[in-house]
Design a protein around this ligand. Sequence first.
Ligand SMILES: *Cc1c(COP(=O)(O)O)cnc(C)c1O
Length: 394
Amino acid sequence: MTSKPRKPGRLFFANPGPTNIPDSILRAMDVPTVDFMSEDFIDIYDQGVAGLKRLLFTTGEVFIYTSSGHGAWEATIQNLFSPGDTILMPECGYFSRTWGAMAKRFGLNTEMPETDWRRGPDPATITERLLADKSHQIKAVCIVHNETSTGVALDLPAIRAAIDAAKHPALFLVDTISSFASLEFRMEDWGIDAVVGGSQKGLMLPAGLAFTAVSEKALEAHKSATLTRFYFDWTKMMARRHRSFVGTVPVPPFYGLVESVRLLESEGIENVWRRHHRLAEATRRAVSIWSGNQGVAFFCSDPKRRSDSVTAVKMPEGHDAEAVRKIAYDRFNVSLGGGLDPLGGQVFRIGHMGDLNEPMILGTLSIVELSLRLAGVPHANGGVNAAIDYLAAA
Ligand SMILES: *Cc1c(COP(=O)(O)O)cnc(C)c1O
């Protein structure tokens, strides 16, 4: 057995999910087993759920599952639709493509108009499609708020307005897995009927909890939905004390959730959004400089849609993103995100979501710049300086 040399210092984890877990959350989850029906635990549980609702800006029902985000995708489809139902899911990245593929597998007629992955759908095309649907066959418009694979964030109020402009009754479903507790998000104000979220991104928890928050209108749709479901059945869940879960409730994650909510609310959720914007903007200043000398570039071609939780960096022709990631990880203990599926090798991704501050982002950006240099990837020097200049002034 060969042992690998120890990497001194801290691993800088800059993937766009999972994210860094604050020490106080790790400690909060270090609890012995308790009865999940006991009053002591139910109190913790209720606090966690109430906190989730405040952070989502909803007063409606939230169903929580022992799963990663994929489970919440699946639960949402099973509970809202019947075989053969039509849904509209603009395809604009790996995650919308995968959620759409899942819906197809469940027997839904899934319309996936392909859009430019580098900017995502134009809301006007959604209005157009809905206006053409005179008999209201389309049961839902499904949108990934923040395409973690491309670094493109969509304007949800603009999409809500696009649905309203067609006076169409379709449900509005949103995947907020990589935007929740990072980007501004207001479920009720923005007229969203079902929100899919997960624990391991903005909430700074390990993977393992996922949820769907639903509107009254979505609960109505659930009553007539006939897709086969069992473990994820909302009706079964509503009959239980926790109003979630079929089976054992995972206890430690809820102690973590209560601490996560405490951290986010003591900073103030609007300050959390501002912090993400500031650190994202510092990242963008660096990437802008690096794009000199026909170097690396933003994958997202529309500056207004560049995400505040992840930046996807596109390689110049003939250069492999994996070489950059490998140097950053092997030599400097910095973990960057890779390109997903068709974008493999073409992009690397800098995650700037969750528990993050200036030294962490500057450390990461420094190592990206160093790794670009060592990998011989075209770029202009000075990206980190530009990030510092921005942070000094902002
Ligand atoms: C991470 C992510 C998912 C998938 O979640 P898992 O927890 O990996 O199952 C879905 N959608 C988006 C936008 C994501 O970022």
